[in-house]
Ligand binder design. Sequence first.
Ligand SMILES: Nc1ncnc2c1ncn2[C@@H]1O[C@H](COP(=O)(O)OP(=O)(O)OP(=O)(O)O)[C@@H](O)[C@H]1O
Length: 497
Amino acid sequence: MLSGIIRWQDILDILINSYILFRIYILFHETNAFRVIIGIAILWIAQKVAVGLGLIITSWVLQAIIAVAAIIIIVVFRNELRTVLQVHNLRTFLWGSPLRVQETPSEIIARAAIQMGKKRIGALMVFPGREDITELVHGGIPWNGKVSQEMLLSIFWPDNPVHDGAAIIEGDTVKEVGVLLPLSQRSDLPTFYGTRHRAALGLSERSDALVVVVSEERGRVSVAKKGNIQAVPDVETLKQELDQQAKPGKPVETRKERTRERLKSIIAAVVSLAVITSIWFGFTRSRDVIMAVDVPIEFTGRPADLEILDARPSQVRLHVSGASALMRSLKPQQISVQVSLAKATEGVNALPITQENVYLPPGITLSRIEPHFVEVVLDRIITKKVDVQIDWVGHLDSSLTMLSARVMPKTVTIVGGKSILNSIDTVYTAPVRLDDIKESGTITVPLVLAPASLKLAPGSPERVKIEYTVIPRPSVKETEATQNSGNNDALQGVEAR
Ligand SMILES: Nc1ncnc2c1ncn2[C@@H]1O[C@H](COP(=O)(O)OP(=O)(O)OP(=O)(O)O)[C@@H](O)[C@H]1O
């Protein structure tokens, strides 16, 4: 890979990480936390430059600032981050655009109108169609404010000097407020329709404008269009009416914004791809470094009836090379050498170690293996019944004599390599200190299997019982008498190994 060939895994690697970076941008780019993250990224680059230039203190300071800034992001912006992460479902999180979560002007206006209705705030909002209405209306005050729910509510707030009259809204902008509309002269209107409703109807009779009227008295929201006035029950219906009114052909501000956002997203995608590609190349194409590592050989697929008696060498030396950045982050546990014993037989096996036996992390190349083979001695596993012998240590108190010592069970069955078991007839207990024995008794001690490759066969106990009898040592006279009689049985078996 390092010699110039890019694998499909590398392309996937770059694409996945570019997408992750792009998603982070899409999800967080409108948050304050994002601006701080950008700041941290700049600091990080500055820190690397400082390290490169050998500015020790500057690099330390920058490093400390980065660490503190990271904590600040989590602590200060935790609510903002939580909102971004909570609002979206998994699909939005992975794919969708949180920008669309933002309301369109139609949604904002519809929501504001219904809200004003609930609060009994009278309102009149004009949405011009294709026809010019300047000749039909008069007395307006220029406003030119971007539509927001709060602003609409405050314009029509009864104490606001401009609350009387209508507001003219185009796209996402409130163009004028306090506008007087021509009144409808119809005589068939319900009596509860006062001048506000007549004004709405009047303009709709004379032009293709759509007028939204919120009744102060009843709180009802109605839409006047083409000389008809109709109540709208909810936000969604009103939003649809407003969307229909959006002038076809002439892109409204929201569409412009959408295009702009789409363009921004495309730029972000390209930048993400460029950043990750350069990081990838920086990582994998930096100066090559050669290194020697000693790796223990792992044996796999050993036949169940064979055991490893010996393996030489136990480790191999690998000469590996890779980009310096990759080599620096290389850990011994990422490299392994595995040799299969599946085809090995009893006795000495010389097994080759080739590139196939070596497992390296991506980006690291193997240049040499030393040595090229391993010699493994395999032994057939057999079972054997052996005697249990007590491992006495130390000295029995001079006033005592060991009369008898019995171990139970007397024999155990052990499992191990044939060549080892052939030379073994006994197995020792753990050391038993004679110095500690003051009177007759029973103790339980574990068995010691050496070499460690030996195992006890199923059913053989791991610990054995020793029953011993001690008696006071006869006086000198008695001893002489005993010796004369030629009986020295009582002393047998108490000599320490
Ligand atoms: N020609 C007009 N152009 C614009 N707005 C007007 C016009 N005439 C009246 N209004 C608005 O209507 C308000 C008076 O509403 P009025 O109570 O008479 O009407 P309504 O149709 O009964 O409405 P509501 O149900 O809110 O009471 C005025 O304060 C003014 O804001």
